[in-house]
Ligand binder design. Structure first.
Ligand SMILES: Cc1cc2nc3c(=O)[nH]c(=O)nc-3n(C[C@H](O)[C@H](O)[C@H](O)COP(=O)(O)OP(=O)(O)OC[C@H]3O[C@@H](n4cnc5c(N)ncnc54)[C@H](O)[C@@H]3O)c2cc1C
Length: 515
């Protein structure tokens, strides 16, 4: 992490970023890679808010075509293979099955949409769209027999919260400072610099930093930062839209996903999840509460169960739900009437009064397009930042994220090498670890020669070595950080095991502090 000596110019950051979600960390990575001195503060854990509650798709967004969002769809489609190539461990291709029926948009319109989907954004490796006879295809087997025809197309999956942590990790390896559990309580312009007051959320200790430019990437708190932290009375055009997902035990035995349309016209997905589960979501409704308290309602659970039951032979009932999560989209308020019609595109607002330090506010966006959002943000801020050109614009789409330094199409071959090298790992563990950490698995395993060298197993296949790695390299500070964001092992651990993980994290943190 970079040094920060108060009182000297060394202590002045080029760019301070409020918010450790995908947008804050994505901008940090890009800026640090270009040679800027970057600071990120996150009041909770990395990706603790919207960036861990997405549907986890790197996708063009088939339905956005209906809203004529061609710019967004083209950019998002292009990002699929770019992102897959820089993070082939945490991003992989998926095939989506769209069963066709009378209540749906007409087949010709879907064909047109899918044709555009195939051709709008470059596609080299992802397979093309095709028609399916569901009455003869394994993807039709779990569905009601009325669904005889459909389409199949490609998008990608992303481990959303891990993507955030890896962007932060890379930013730090390129000189940035990223601090979590550190809230920005005040930011003001003084002497042509931004002065930020920060509060350590655990100890209450204050900290001050200065920066030449500021980014407000606070996601659902973007307006809160405008009004309470910057004390700016102008309205912040953000529309908070809640989206919830349910997780059930595995509903079908193949690796394709489904895209379904509900009777109200909304689409939702059923996606194979964490090997033994199925993810069903999402809902879309305006939200007016505290974003930190967002929670799925019984009505949303009912809605998703009913929607899925319209398609699957076996009905899905609320008692089958083993986990759920809810998040808030911080969309740019474009005045659309329905929540699902509000633009998913990002909007960046630059505030740079004459001879005053600049500030950029991020509204909206998608995980899919965070890299392009970061490039646009830095292009807008460039006149207000020191010239820095360690790497050319676009570098984030060419250099791998930590652990992703292998060919995007070579996951299985690389995994086979990992299994051979660490033959003491059970197959499922080798696969899970390589999916999560890619080539950084070697840092995690270190000098271990046999399974017990990784320390006690705390629950499922989580070892002490993995906990220590996450504390050391990925800002983990609680069991929840590890079980619900750096991994989804929370789905498999008992309360007692969670307590053991918490104790292990506390020990690892104490040892780090003492060192
Ligand atoms: C239900 C749902 C499904 C979605 N599905 C997809 C999908 O499949 N594909 C896709 O591409 N996109 C999807 N999205 C959109 C995507 O998740 C969001 O656009 C993205 O995560 C927003 O990231 P962010 O960094 O702006 O916000 P966040 O991830 O919320 O990050 C903002 C951070 O700022 C921090 N913060 C706030 N105030 C302060 C402060 N004062 N000091 C310090 N830190 C502060 C917060 O703690 C938070 O961690 C989905 C969103 C939802 C809700």
């Amino acid at each position: 992490m970079s040094s920060n000596t108060p009182g000297s110019d060394e202590s002045i950051f080029d760019l301070a970023i409020i918010g450790g979600g995908i947008n804050g960390c994505g901008i940090a990575r890009d800026a640090a890679g270009r040679g800027l001195k970057v600071f990120v503060c996150e009041k909770s854990d990395l990706a603790s808010a919207t960036s861990s509650s997405s549907t986890k798709l790197i996708h063009g967004g088939l339905r956005y075509l209906e809203y004529y969002e061609f710019r967004l769809v083209r950019e998002a489609l292009t990002e699929r293979e770019v992102m897959w190539s820089v993070a082939p461990h945490i991003i992989w291709p998926l095939r989506f099955v769209l069963p066709h029926h009378k209540g749906l948009r007409p087949a010709w319109l879907l064909r047109l949409g899918l044709f555009l989907y195939d051709h709008l954004g470059g596609r080299k490796y992802l397979p093309a769209t095709r028609s399916l006879r569901l009455d003869r295809h394994p993807a039709g087997a779990p569905l009601k027999p009325i669904y005889t025809r459909g389409f199949e197309y490609s998008d990608c999956w992303v481990e959303d919260a891990r993507l955030v942590a890896l962007n932060a990790r890379d930013a730090v390896e390129k000189g940035a400072e990223v601090v979590t559990r550190m809230r920005c309580s005040r930011a003001e312009r003084k002497d042509n610099l931004w002065h930020l007051t920060l509060v350590d959320e655990r100890s209450g200790a204050p900290r001050e930093i200065r920066a030449r430019a500021l980014v407000n990437a606070a996601g659902p708190w973007v307006a809160d930062v405008v009004h309470s932290v910057l004390r700016d009375n102008h309205p912040a055009p953000v529309r908070l839209v809640q989206g919830s997902h349910i997780v059930t035990k595995r509903l079908f035995d193949h690796d394709r996903c489904y895209i379904f349309q509900n009777s109200d016209g909304r689409i939702f997905f059923a996606i194979p999840y964490e090997r033994d589960f199925t993810l069903v979501g999402t809902t879309d409704q305006d939200y007016h509460g505290d974003p930190a308290q967002v929670k799925i309602s019984p009505a949303e659970i009912e809605y998703l169960c009913k929607g899925a039951s319209d398609y699957f032979k076996k009905p899905i009932t609320p008692d089958q739900v083993v986990w759920s999560y809810s998040g808030v989209r911080p969309l740019y308020d474009d005045g659309a009437s329905a929540a699902q019609a509000a633009t998913r595109d990002y909007v960046l607002k630059l505030d740079a009064p004459e001879s005053q330090p600049a500030m950029l506010t991020v509204y909206g966006g998608k995980i899919t397009t965070y890299r392009r959002l970061a490039e646009s943000a830095l292009a807008m801020l460039a006149p207000h930042l020191p010239a820095a050109s360690k790497r050319p614009i676009g570098w984030t789409g060419k250099e791998p994220l930590p652990g992703g330094d292998f060919k995007m199409t070579a996951f299985d071959a690389e995994l086979a090498r990992v299994k051979e090298r660490y033959s003491f790992l059970p197959d499922v563990t080798a696969r899970r670890l390589f999916r999560a950490y890619g080539t950084r698995i070697h840092d995690l395993i270190g000098t271990a020669k046999q399974y017990p060298d990784l320390g006690p197993v705390l629950g499922a296949d989580l070892t002490e070595a993995e906990v220590r790695y996450l504390v050391r390299a990925e800002w983990a500070m609680t069991a929840e950080d590890i079980l619900w964001r750096r991994s989804k092992l929370g789905l498999r651990l008992s309360a007692q095991e969670v307590a053991a993980v918490q104790e292990c994290v506390a020990r690892a943190l104490a040892e780090r502090q003492a060192a």
